[in-house]
Structure formats: C-alpha cells, structure tokens
Design a protein around this ligand. Structure first.
Ligand code: PMP
Length: 317
C-alpha cells in the first residue's frame, strides 16, 4: 500500500507519484519535509557512519546481497555491531518499504547507518544505538548526453586518502577527500576527476571506479591501490566483460598509461557505465583518449549493462 497522492506524470517517469517522498528515519516512515536527524547524531557531528548507494531497476534492488555484505562489513570495520540492532533481512525490508511507499520502479536508494546519538565528544561507544535512514528517490549523476559522447575529467591534485589513514574500502560518511577532489573537477569545468594514491598510481574517481582499455584488454587498479571495491566494478569484471568477451586485469597504473589508453570508462551505482574521452582542463594539458569518442568496448559494456538492468532478470544477488 502506498501513501502516495497519485501524479500520473511522475508515475510515467518512474518517480515517486506524490508531492513529497516518504523516508525511513529510525523506524518511522515520514514525509521528506519532516525527515530530520538529531543534532547530537555522530553521523552529523563527525561523519561517523557508513552508507550505501543502491540502484533499483524494474522494482528490484540491484545486487542487494552485495550491498548488504558491504554495508555490514563496513559497519563492522568502524566497530558498529549492526546485526545486533537490525538484521540483514529487516534492512532489505526497510528498502522495500521505501520503494513501495514511493512507487519507485527505477531509482536509487541511499541507505545510511550513523553511529547514533551521543555526547559532544568523539567517544563512539557513548552512542547507544546506530541511526538508520533510507531514502528512495531518483539520481542523475551526469547529464544523459555524456553517456553517448563520453566525458572530460581532470587529474585531481589531491591524492586519495591512504589505506593506513582511512581505508577507502570503508564506505564511510567521511567523503570530504572525494568532495574536495570533485571541487577540483568543477573548478576545471567538468564533473569528475581521476584520483591518484599517495604513491602516484591511479586509484579511482571521486564517486566511481576507473577502467582503462588497451589493445583489446581491460585494466583496473587493484583494491590495494586504495579504492572502494565497487559493486558495479565487480559486475563489469565478473559478468559484463566475460559477456562481451574481453579479459580484465587488475594492475597498478601511472597516469601516463591513462593518457595512452584506447578507451577509459568509469563505473558506479549512481554513474553506471560512462566513457571518458578527454583528460585535462585546458587545451594545453588536455589528452584525447583514443578517437575522442566513446570507444567500442565501453559502448558494448554500456549496452550490455542497460540490457540486463532493463530485462526481467535484474540480478539481486
Ligand atoms: N568509488 C567511490 C569513491 C564511490 O563513492 C563509489 C560509489 N559508491 C564507487 C567507487 C563505485 O562503487 P559502486 O559501484 O559500489 O557504487
């Protein structure tokens, strides 16, 4: 049953058919205008928490099991014993309730686990229970035409935070490293950047993983380069690339290898699969990638991706 006030236009677009979307906040379903957090929640005070960005395709939670595995593993890594408070089954049920309440067919779920309400000090264990927020809505990371044309990116000056400081495998609420790199991209007139690690190897984008294509094979930085182990990245490696008959290798790479690549593409739950056709901010330091248009392997992967997520067999595992 939906709380929605029917809006046929929104329904046709696959959006919430109501004036206000409904959001799950700590056990309650509330309208967006009333969805708020306590100012003593350490998620707000310190960015102390973890989250997931999850796609909904044809009403199904894409790769739900993998997102749950990562969420619970990340919570554990920052010493939140999530299972003690919310079972995985309940966590999936919360998402389904949000999908249903908002009549979502194709959309995006932001699932947030905060340390919870505590005192003003850092002490995480003075927060008795984690906060849980689930937002089911729409997301458009990049303009649709860039998916056809490919996009320009810059190389961020700011390196990805090293594993020994805060492991990028933990999808924590601390995203300032990525946000400030994204600001570098925006300042340079584009929407995404390539982040290097402190050793100068390619790590990832500010909100996506990166792949290079050279001589018909695909290369991507290994987990040890200091990246988020993306679920879309894994989908490309284990399912899409084999389907289009291309081998994928994990390899540490310098930025010069990206300049020389035949194709580059980025992957993420929000970004999906998108080509990179130029690196650099000005004509002087710009590197055209391959032909300067979306490459054939990127195009095949993107088409396969779309075919699967619009099919009747959207994978939830
Ligand atoms: N790297 C970073 C830093 C990200 O924020 C994301 C988006 N979650 C990704 C990679 C891609 O991960 P996924 O495919 O699981 O969305």
């Amino acid at each position: 049953m939906s709380n929605a006030v029917t809006d046929p236009k929104a329904e046709a677009a696959g959006t919430a058919s109501q004036s206000e979307i409904m959001i799950h906040v700590n056990g309650e379903m509330v309208p967006k205008s009333q969805a708020a957090v306590n100012v003593f929640d350490h998620g707000l005070l310190y960015g102390d928490g973890v989250f997931e960005g999850i796609r909904v395709y044809k009403g199904k939670i894409f790769k739900s099991e993998q997102h749950m595995n990562r969420l619970y593993a990340c919570a554990k890594a920052i010493r939140i014993d999530l299972e003690k408070f919310v079972s995985r089954e309940r966590m999936v049920e919360i998402q389904r309730e949000c999908i249903e309440a908002n009549n979502l067919v194709d959309g995006y779920i932001r699932l947030i686990v905060t340390r919870g309400v505590g005192t003003l000090g850092l002490h995480p264990f003075k927060c008795p229970e984690p906060g849980i927020i689930c937002i089911a809505d729409q997301i458009q990371l990049f303009p649709p035409e860039l998916y056809e044309q490919g996009m320009r990116v810059v190389v961020a000056n700011r390196p990805r935070i090293p594993i020994e400081c805060l492991d990028p495998r933990i999808k924590s609420l601390n995203y300032l490293n990525n946000i400030m790199a994204k600001v570098e991209a925006i300042d340079a007139g584009c929407l995404e950047c390539i982040m290097l690690n402190t050793e100068g190897y390619i790590a990832e984008g500010s909100g996506d993983n990166i792949f290079l294509v050279k001589d018909g094979e695909i290369y991507t930085p290994p987990s040890e380069a200091g990246i988020l182990e993306g679920i879309t990245r894994k989908f490309v490696i284990n399912e899409l690339a084999p389907l289009v008959g291309v081998d994928v290798h994990e390899k540490n790479m310098r930025i010069e290898e990206a300049f020389e690549a035949d194709e580059i593409f980025l992957t993420g739950s929000a970004a999906e699969v998108i080509g990179v056709t130029r690196i650099g901010s000005t004509e002087d330091d710009a590197h055209q990638i391959g032909s300067g248009k979306e490459g054939p392997i990127t195009n095949k992967l993107r088409a396969k991706f779309r075919q699967i997520v619009t099919s009747d067999n959207v994978p939830e595992d």
